[in-house]
Design a protein around this ligand. Sequence first.
Ligand code: AMP
Length: 304
Amino acid sequence: MSLLTVGSVAFDALETPFGKTDKIIGGAATYITLSASYFTKDNNLVAVVGDDFPQSMINDLNQHGINTEGLEIRQGEKTFFWSGKYHDDMNTRDTVEVQLNVMEHFDPIIPDAYQDCQYLMLGNTAPAIQQKVIERLTNRPKLIVLDTMNLWIDIANADLMNLLKLVDVLVVNDEEARQLTRQPSLVKAAAKIKEMGPQTVIIKKGEHGALLFQNDQVFFAPALPLAEVFDPTGAGDTFAGGFIGHLAKTDDISFDNMKRAIIYGSAMASFCVEKFGAERIMNLTDEEIKSRVDEFVKLSAFGL
Ligand code: AMP
């Protein structure tokens, strides 16, 4: 089934305890579509970049089967830039600099060919822009998944509250879930988010895995204990791409299949952190993914 992803395509500069990068390709939608490309070939991107964005990277996205017809290139403008520095625990980071550039006036245009998309992934960008995408689709997709971040909870709370009423699944990290709901307990936070709109809530806990809540059911997916984590940037987006990619591939949105989808998402995220930026998820094989998913199955399988 067809997948439409909207979100940032960016230049990032990163610093982790293991090293530093100058401007490299990043952005939420970049990670999501690359991750989803291992699951679905009907993989459509809506985003905006400036004329400084390299054509070679657009070619790389296309080589992964990502349709970039909806990637607007604004002449005379610069691509969104974000820089972040990780703390020693690698689970928390500070935003060092943001240059909105083209994102300041991002007006998402949905190509006609994308109109029949069944799965919509609203990757990180302003909630008002994410809502425009829903409004500009003639038919409501079968599943709408929303990602957001602390910035929008702070500065665009009313927009976010309106948007939450329109989506099926919210994907946030534990800190964002607590910030959004003012509930220290993640179980209570998930219940409160369900009252805000989305009937399925995924709370990511970094190296401690992810929780999936729907009705009164809960599922926990561990994160793979990795000896080396170089750079967690994009892990959340890569997780979301694997999650929705698996759902779009199987066209099954049952709770049981969402459990499998969060394992696929977790497996993809575990690759992402192994190298800086999107390098690792640009170069994966189906065999590597299969064997990583098998490791997840083994990780918490036990008999009684
Ligand atoms: P993650 O590590 O999964 O939270 O995602 C990191 C990506 O989010 C980076 O590649 C950034 O370019 C992107 N990003 C950071 N801040 C923003 C923002 N305000 N709007 C859109 N994308 C952002």
